[in-house]
Design a protein around this ligand. Structure first.
Ligand code: F6P
Length: 536
C-alpha cells in the first residue's frame, strides 16, 4: 500500500488542487464534522482513491486504540498503560464504573484525587483557604514540559472564563523566569504549585527551592502555601510538602498528556471546577467520536492521514499550525511537545529502524501575526509547508465583532491565497499601467505566487472549555494514529535523557568546581569563554 501511494503521488504531483474542486461535492466530501467542530481538508492535493489507500494503512489503529482505552500496557518500552483518557471518563461515567490496571481500580483512584482537587479549588477560590496574608491572589505553577505547557496553554486560551486567582507559570531554569514572575507578587497571598511527575526534574526543583527561599523571607510557615502535583510521593515528602497538599497521579499518565488530571490544577483554580469539567467533557466527546466513527468519518484518523500524506508521500518535512485565535498563542508550543516528543523517533516497536521514519517538525504562531513574519516563505518559498489553520466562528469580545470579522477574513484569505496563487499574466496586468514595458517582466516574476499549496482548517463555534477539550483530545489521537501507522511508541521519550545527564555533569564544570571529561574542544572553548567573562 505504501508503495502504491508513493506511485500515486508521483502521478498526481503536478495536479492542481483547484482542479479537484471541479467536483461540486469536494468541500463536503473532504470535511468532517463532529459535535460542532468542522475539519476541512479539501484544500489538499488528495483524491478519493488516495484517501482510501491511506485509510487502508490504519488497520492496526482500531485494535490498538481499544487496547489503550482498556488499560493494556501499550507503552511497551516503559511497560506502562496509557490512560490519560480515564481522566476525562470521569465526566461520562457513573461512580460505580471501574477500570482495573495491575489489580487496582484506577477510576476509583482518579475519582478520589479529582474530588480533592475540586474541594481544594473551591476553598482557594471562595477564600475559605487563606494564605498568611489572606485570600490567595496569585498561583505560581512551577513545572516544565508537560507539567507546564498544558495548563499554561489552557489558562491563556480560556482567559474569558477565568474568575479565580491569577495564574502564572514558571518553567525555565533561567532565573529570569522566576524572578520576573515573582516580582510584584505578595508571598503571603501566593500559592506555589510544584508540578512534576518525577519531582526530580532539575529545572523544576531548582525553581521550587528558590521560590521557597523567596517565601521563607516573608512567611512564618511557607510550606503551607506549597502544593505538589506528582507521581513521586516519596520525593514530595523529602521536599517537605504535607501529604494533604499533594495531588498524585499514576505512571499511566504521560507528562504531555497530563493536563486533564492534577497537572491541570492551576486551570481548575483559574476557571473553576465547573469550567474544568466542561474541558474534560470536550475531551470525552472526542474520545467517543474517535472510538466509534468509521475511519473515513473519523476526525483524528483523517487529521493524522492528511499529515502523513504531506510528510511521507509529498515530502513536506514540516507543518505549520496557525491558530487565528490570539489566546491560542501557546498552542503551537504545546503541540510541539505533544507531537514531536511523541513521534520524533527513529526506532519502531520492534526495536528496528523505522521503515518510513518518524513524525514531522511542527511549528507555528498565531495569525494574523505570522502573516507579517514567515508567511512570505509559506507563499513563495522553495519549501512547501502545509498549514493547519484554526478559527472560531465567534469571538468573546462582543463589542469588537469587527475585529473578529477581520480575523476570520484573514484566515480564509490565507488558505485561498495558498491554494490559488497568482499567475505571471495577472502579475503583469497589475504592473503594466505603472511600469515601463522593459521592467514589467522582471518585476512581475517577483509578484507571482505558485499557489497549489495545501492547507487544512479546523473551525469551531467559539473557544470554550468544551471546545478546547475537543481540540486537545483531537490532536492527542492524531498523534496516536500517526504513531501506530509508523509503527512507533508515541508514549516514551528516551531522546531527552542524554542531554539531561550531560547537563548534570556540566553544572559543576560551569561553576568552576570540576573539569568535564571527554568533552570536545568546542565545548571546552565555550566553557573557557564563559569562565573568562564571569570572572572578568
Ligand atoms: O522533557 C522530558 C520530560 O520528561 C517530559 O516528558 C515531561 O513533560 C517533562 O520532562 C517534565 O517532567 P516532570 O513532570 O517529571 O518534571
Amino acid at each position: 500500500m505504501w508503495n502504491s501511494l508513493q506511485d500515486s503521488r508521483k502521478k498526481t504531483e503536478e495536479r492542481k488542487i483547484a482542479a479537484l474542486f471541479e467536483d461540486a461535492n469536494r468541500a463536503t466530501d473532504f470535511s468532517i464534522q463532529t459535535d460542532g467542530l468542522l475539519l476541512d481538508y479539501s484544500k489538499t492535493n488528495l483524491d478519493t482513491d488516495q484517501r482510501a489507500a491511506l485509510i487502508a494503512l490504519t488497520k492496526d489503529v482500531g485494535p490498538r486504540r481499544d487496547a489503550m482505552f482498556r488499560g493494556e500496557k501499550i507503552n511497551e518500552t516503559e511497560g506502562r498503560a496509557v490512560l490519560h483518557t480515564a481522566l476525562r471518563q470521569l465526566e461520562g461515567s457513573t461512580t460505580d464504573a471501574t477500570l482495573v490496571v495491575d489489580g487496582t481500580d484506577i477510576l476509583a483512584e482518579v475519582r478520589e484525587v479529582y474530588d480533592r482537587m475540586r474541594v481544594f479549588a473551591h476553598h482557594i477560590r471562595s477564600g475559605a483557604w487563606q494564605g498568611e496574608g489572606g485570600r490567595v491572589t496569585d498561583v505560581v505553577n512551577i513545572g516544565i514540559g508537560g507539567s507546564d505547557l498544558g495548563p499554561a496553554m489552557a489558562v491563556l486560551a480560556l482567559a474569558p472564563y477565568a474568575d479565580g486567582p491569577k495564574c502564572h507559570f514558571v518553567s525555565n531554569v533561567d532565573g529570569a523566569d522566576l524572578q520576573d514572575t515573582l516580582q510584584g507578587l505578595n508571598p503571603k497571598t501566593t500559592l506555589i504549585v510544584v508540578a512534576s511527575k518525577t519531582f526530580t526534574t532539575q529545572e523544576t526543583m531548582m525553581n521550587a527551592h528558590t521560590a521557597l527561599q523567596w517565601m521563607q523571607g516573608e512567611c512564618i510557615d511557607p510550606m503551607r502555601q506549597f502544593v505538589a502535583i506528582s507521581s513521586a510521593l516519596d520525593q514530595t515528602k523529602v521536599f517537605g510538602i504535607a501529604d494533604e497538599n499533594v495531588f498524585g497521579f499514576g505512571n499511566w499518565i504521560g507528562g504531555r498528556y497530563s493536563v486533564w488530571g492534577p497537572i491541570g490544577l492551576s486551570l481548575m483554580l483559574a476557571i473553576g471546577p465547573g469550567g474544568f469539567a466542561d474541558f474534560l467533557k470536550g475531551g470525552l466527546a472526542m474520545d467517543q467520536h474517535f472510538s466509534s466513527a468509521p475511519p473515513e468519518q473519523n476526525m483524528p484518523v483523517l487529521l493524522a492521514l492528511v499529515g502523513l500524506w504531506h510528510h511521507k508521500f509529498c515530502g513536506y518535512a514540516t507543518r505549520a499550525v496557525i491558530p487565528y485565535e490570539h489566546r491560542l498563542r501557546r498552542l503551537p508550543a504545546y503541540l510541539q511537545q505533544l507531537e514531536m516528543e511523541s513521534n520524533g523517533k527513529g526506532v519502531g516497536l520492534d526495536g528496528k529502524s523505522l521503515l518510513h521514519g518518524g513524525g514531522p517538525v511542527v511549528w507555528g504562531e498565531p495569525g494574523t501575526n505570522g502573516q507579517h513574519a514567515f508567511f512570505q516563505l509559506l507563499h513563495q518559498g522553495c519549501d512547501v509547508v502545509p498549514v493547519e489553520f484554526l478559527i472560531g466562528a465567534k469571538g468573546h469580545e462582543v463589542d469588537l465583532t469587527h475585529h473578529h470579522e477581520a480575523l476570520v477574513a484573514n484566515c480564509l484569505a490565507q488558505s485561498e491565497a495558498l491554494l490559488r496563487g497568482r499567475t505571471l499574466g495577472k502579475a503583469r496586468n497589475m504592473l503594466k499601467d505603472n511600469v515601463s514595458d522593459g521592467d514589467v517582466n522582471r518585476l512581475a516574476s517577483h509578484r507571482v505566487f505558485s499557489g497549489n499549496r495545501p492547507s487544512i482548517t479546523l473551525a469551531y463555534p467559539k473557544l470554550s472549555p468544551f471546545v478546547l477539550g475537543q481540540i486537545i483530545a483531537l490532536y492527542e489521537h492524531r498523534v496516536f494514529v500517526e504513531g501506530v501507522v509508523l509503527g512507533l511508541n508515541s508514549f516514551d521519550q528516551w531522546g531527552v535523557e542524554l542531554g539531561k545527564e550531560l547537563a548534570s555533569e556540566f553544572i559543576p564544570a560551569v561553576a568552576g568546581k570540576s573539569s568535564p571529561e571527554n568533552t570536545t574542544a568546542s565545548t571546552q572553548s565555550l566553557l573557557d569563554y564563559v569562565h573568562g567573562h564571569r570572572n572578568g
